[in-house]
Design a protein around this ligand. Structure first.
Ligand SMILES: NC(=O)c1ccc[n+]([C@@H]2O[C@H](COP(=O)([O-])OP(=O)(O)OC[C@H]3O[C@@H](n4cnc5c(N)ncnc54)[C@H](O)[C@@H]3O)[C@@H](O)[C@H]2O)c1
Length: 274
């Protein structure tokens, strides 16, 4: 593998203040990409961008630059502004990683409009708006500079369901439809659309989910949800960390995946096989 396989790529990442988005931002930059990190948590993305730029200045492996922007993915204006900031800072946009996502478990009969709307807005509508605004810029740049890449973050629940997180499952099924439908819609502009589906990844999202699952009475004590899934549902018998995901995210952003489109790749230790 070429350690500089992302050199020359300008990449926007949504939800990059922590968890997988932050880890991927650092990994992309270490492989030569310039990254624009967007999040509702502005201080968070500023800190990640600061780490990336400091590593460059101090002669670390990073050869890419980073900027941080305030981005609420549910706002079309914010998505458009983040795309503009990326192209202004780096000259163009080659890849957009639609990573921002949230979850809040509830049993089926307890799901209310607020729970449904909040999750679907961020995870499903947020990805659609991000794809559209990134594609608008890519179309403007012209097909010769492609293939451009949209990468949508799905989940194991893009292909299966758990009955205590149904709005989240619906939003990640929407991701799969955005990947396959988007691939068909955008191929004429030399834009590919792919994604990946993590399984159980130890991030702030899952730490919170773990607490929430105890609160609704699904599990008795914190930590049990991850251990129980690892033991009973993950073929490799362990949950994962952001480091388990960065390699596939990097492959999908690189020219090594140029002949792929419309695909959702699972990174789940063998939880869901298709
Ligand atoms: N952790 C897991 O086990 C797991 C498994 C499968 C899929 N995923 C998906 O991976 C992605 C990243 O998850 P993570 O575990 O790193 O989560 P995380 O909670 O650690 O990070 C998510 C980031 O998204 C940001 N965000 C939330 N709402 C936003 C909005 N409206 N606009 C912009 N940013 C927003 C948060 O501030 C946060 O920085 C999500 O799409 C998630 O659904 C996570």
């Amino acid at each position: 593998m070429d350690p500089n396989r992302l050199t020359g790529k300008n990449i926007l990442i949504t939800g990059a203040a922590q968890g997988m988005g932050a880890a991927i931002g650092e990994h992309y930059a270490a492989q030569g990409a310039n990254v624009c990190l967007g999040d509702v948590n502005v201080e968070g993305v500023k800190a990640v961008a600061g780490r990336i730029n400091a590593a460059r200045i101090n002669g670390g492996n990073n050869s890419g630059k980073a900027i941080a922007v305030k981005l609420d993915v549910t706002s079309r204006a914010d998505n458009a502004a983040a795309v503009e900031a990326t192209s202004e800072a780096f000259g163009s946009l080659n890849v957009a990683l639609l990573n921002a996502g949230i979850n809040k478990p509830k049993f089926f009969m307890d799901i209310d409009e607020e729970n449904w709307d909040t999750i679907m807005n961020v995870n499903a509508k947020g990805q659609l708006l991000g794809m559209q605004e990134a594609a608008r810029q890519m179309i403007k740049q012209g097909p010769e500079a492609g293939p451009y890449k949209l990468i949508n973050v799905g989940s194991i629940v893009s292909r299966t369901t758990f009955d205590d997180v149904i709005p989240y499952c619906c939003s990640k099924h929407a991701t799969l439809a955005l990947i396959t439908g988007g691939a068909k819609a955008l191929v004429e502009h030399n834009i590919t659309v792919n994604g990946y589906g993590p399984g159980v990844v130890r991030t702030e999202l899952w730490e919170q989910l773990d607490k929430d699952l105890v609160e609704i009475g699904k599990f008795e004590k914190e930590g049990q949800s991850m251990d129980s899934l690892a033991e009973n549902m993950i073929l490799m018998k362990r949950y994962s960390y952001p480091e388990d995901v960065v390699g596939t995210a990097s492959f999908l952003a690189s020219s090594e995946s140029d002949y792929m489109t419309g695909q959702l790749v699972m990174i789940d230790g063998g939880m869901v096989m298709q």
